[in-house]
Design a protein around this ligand. Sequence first.
Ligand code: F6P
Length: 546
Amino acid sequence: MSETRAVDHSEDLLSLPSALPAWQAVQQQALRLADTRIADLWAADPERAGRWLTRAGPVLMDLGKQRLDAEALSDLLDLAEATDVRGVLRRQFGGEPVNLTEGRAAWHTALRATQPLPEVQASLQRMGEIVAQIHHGQWRGSTGYPIRDVVNIGVGGSDLGPRMVCDALTHAACPEGRTLGIHFVSSIDGAQLAKLLRRLRPETTLFLISSKSFTTSDTLANARTALDWLARAVPSTEEAMRHHVIGISATPAKMAEFGIPPENQLLFWDWVGGRFSLWSAIGFPIALLLGMDGFRELLAGAAFMDQHALEAPLIDNLPVLLGLIGVWNSTFLGLRGHAVLPYDGRLASFPAFLTQLEMESNGKSVTRAGVPVNYATCPVLWGEIGPNAQHAFYQLLHQGTQAVSADFIAPVRRYQHAAEGLQAQHRLNLANCLAQSQVLAFGDGCLPAPDPSPHRRYPGNQPSTTLLLDELTPHALGALVALYEHKVAVMAAVWDINPFDQWGVELGKKMAGEAERLLCGGDPSARADGSTLALVAHIRALQENA
Ligand code: F6P
């Protein structure tokens, strides 16, 4: 029998934020409120309304439907002090190497600073020049036609951010942006690309190959397919690269290796994390759509929220409050799912963007020092345009067995100069938003006489935050996205985790290489488990027969 030695983890445990008296105080609050319902909180404090509304610039946040009272919030704010949330934000905003495992900064705030670094200034300048050339038909395809369609090839942060903003702000496009087709392609199987290429003309198409690392196999595979397609109309690869390809990356050497000439390269830096990169040259499709003035408006909205995050007292600080509520729900109330519910079809891509931002950042289980945590961190996020989700998964939120939290997001002003029909649609949309958060919070307590049938009961007590934007403008969207970026940082600070690395995705990439070798012909050195080998055998047999 092998000898086992008891390992003393007590020191490790003491290093965790859960050992802090402030953490234990919040834990006590969660126990005290365990059986208290949102409806009880309102009955106990009818003045609650005003206290839970906080506004910063174009964003109003209502926490009135969360499951906590003023006393619990006060202890959460003490926990923010005890975990030095403000200091963590200051170090991040100051460009310190807060991403400890990769030894680099997470300095996306520098991309929207009012006094930008010289390299940021230069990148914006270069983006502006190319945007103008494309807008004015001076950037031409190899046969002399102006560019009509731009295809962004990227994945993760090199896709989700610019895609989400372009979807959200089509209505704010500049006149030249309105005439361009701006498309996004990410899937490794080439399905999205193939579908798109069927209706584009190589002579008038420009590809943006967007990849921070320029090693991501999904992006490079799509890029190669795009080059093959271009070759039909532009036989010289050099010409194709010069007229039809722009590379956007933090690794110029890799872009050069791929054949992209230096004048067609837009750069950003390793201190910009992929999921925080839409403010950099990765936002080039946004600049094409909105024009540089619109892009700068987006940056200014984010800069506004940066300053608010740094300077507003904790109790009035939107990112701090949103982050603390996230920790409260996930860690202290044990809610393991969080739904993102925009009541605006233009924000269709916002839930997908947030899933990467939050889950890739905070899906961690060790502290910054590498100690395993003994508390729950990031919940599972998912989402959909709210009214569509009402007809899909809200049933589970209303009557399922799962306790979840939600964010409702909606613009207040819309269609002001449009036909009455559209104004009525917006009213209906807002009414649904308000109705659903009420039913989630109060259940059939909303009704004077609830139906006694168990099938028709609504237990309620599902907490939610409502975020109202004055209007969906570039400035307001910039502020909203920065709000969530800092929410993520606040949560990470309280949990003492590093939100800026993503080691969890690396092993899968390595194993994809092994699996590819197996699929190519059973390389005996490739590693796989029995289940995978059986699947490979099945695939190979079917493909060989075909
Ligand atoms: O695999 C995860 C990831 O590294 C993300 O963090 C990143 O946004 C995405 O892949 C794309 O990476 P790149 O921009 O280097 O192609």
